[in-house]
Unconditional design. Structure first.
Length: 264
C-alpha cells in the first residue's frame, strides 16, 4: 500500500476548531470524518465502519460464513453479541439454527466466484492467480454437482439467494443484512453479481448502501491471449434492510414499530 493510500485509513478527528471559537453551527458537526462509499485496502476497516454506521452496539450479529473471522479484526471486542458460524463449523448458511426474527444483523460472505464451485479440488479457484483463495474462501472441498442444479456463476448466485431466504427468516423486521460479493466474468459473459442480488432481493430487502473495495495491489494475469473485459480489482459490501412485510414500502421503523421491536 502506498503512503497516499494509507492516508485513507487514518482516523480523521472531528474538527473542533469551530467549537473552540464558539462559532454557531447551523446543523450538526462540520467534519471530514464521514464514512465513504469506496476504499482502497482490506475488508476489515470497511466492515468496522459499516457496523458503526448501521448496527448499534450491543446488537446480535450472526456472521454465517465467518471463515477465519477476518472481517472482525478491527471491531472492538465485546461491542456486539456475535454468533459466528460457517459450513466448516457444521452450520450451513441456508439452514440456520436461529428462531424467526431473532437476529438484529446478519453477515454473508460465501464463496463469491465460480472458480470456488468446482467438482474437483485441483480445479478450484482455477490454476491462476485466484488459487491462493482456495483454502481461505471456500471450505476447500469440491462441490457435488447434482444433475439439474445450477453450475458455474449460477451456482454462486444460487447459494447467495438461498442464504438470503434464510436471512430473511431469521432477521427481525428492519434488521441489517451485510453481504460481501464480487462481480465476475463467467463463460466469457459479464455477470454483475451485485446487481443480480439487489434485483433478486428487492421485494424483501431495501438496499440501503453499497461500498466498493479496491485491491491495493495489481492482480497478476496468467496467460492472457486477448483481453475482452476489464480485470476485476474491486468488490462490494452491500447493506440491506429487511422490509416489514406488512408495510413493504417503509424503509425505516416508525416509533411504534421501534417500541414493538423492543428498541424504542
Ligand atoms: C469468502 S470466505 C469468508 C471469509 C470470512 N468473511 C472471513 O472474514 O474470514 C467464504 C466462507 O464461506 C464458507 N462456506 C461455504 N459454503 C458455505 C455454506 N453453505 N454455509 C456456510 N458457510 C459456507 C466457507 O467455508 C468459507 O469460510
Amino acid at each position: 500500500m502506498t503512503a497516499k493510500q494509507e492516508r485513507l485509513w487514518e482516523e480523521t478527528p472531528i474538527d473542533e476548531t469551530s467549537q473552540k471559537r464558539g462559532r454557531k453551527r447551523p446543523d450538526g458537526e462540520s467534519t471530514t470524518n464521514v464514512v465513504l462509499s469506496s476504499y482502497i485496502g482490506d475488508n476489515a476497516p470497511v466492515f468496522r465502519e459499516i457496523l458503526k454506521l448501521f448496527v448499534p452496539a450491543g446488537s446480535t450479529v450472526a456472521d454465517v460464513t465467518c471463515g477465519k473471522g477476518a472481517f472482525w479484526k478491527q471491531v472492538e471486542e465485546g461491542s456486539y453479541k456475535v454468533l459466528a458460524t460457517d459450513i466448516q463449523t457444521g452450520v450451513d448458511c441456508r439452514d440456520l439454527p436461529y428462531e424467526d426474527g431473532s437476529i438484529d444483523a446478519l453477515v454473508l460472505d460465501p464463496p463469491y466466484m465460480e472458480g470456488l464451485f468446482r467438482t474437483t479440488t485441483d480445479e478450484m479457484a482455477g490454476s491462476g492467480s485466484h488459487s491462493a483463495f482456495r483454502d481461505h474462501y471456500s471450505d476447500g472441498k469440491a462441490t457435488e454437482q447434482l444433475d439439474g442444479t445450477p453450475k458455474y456463476h449460477d451456482a454462486v448466485v444460487d447459494l447467495y439467494l438461498r442464504a438470503g431466504q434464510e436471512a430473511k427468516r431469521v432477521l427481525r423486521n428492519y434488521g441489517i443484512f451485510i453481504v460481501k460479493c464480487q462481480d465476475e466474468v463467467s463463460a466469457n459473459t459479464q455477470r454483475l453479481t451485485h446487481v443480480e442480488l439487489v434485483n433478486a432481493w428487492a421485494e424483501d430487502f431495501y438496499c440501503k448502501d453499497l461500498f466498493v473495495i479496491t485491491r491495493p495491489n495489481r492482480p497478476g494475469i496468467v496467460r492472457l491471449l486477448r483481453q475482452e473485459h476489464a480485470r476485476k480489482n474491486h468488490s462490494y459490501f452491500l447493506v440491506f434492510v429487511k422490509r416489514n412485510p406488512r408495510y413493504p414500502k417503509r424503509i425505516r421503523p416508525t416509533k411504534g414499530e421501534l417500541t414493538e421491536l423492543g428498541l424504542g
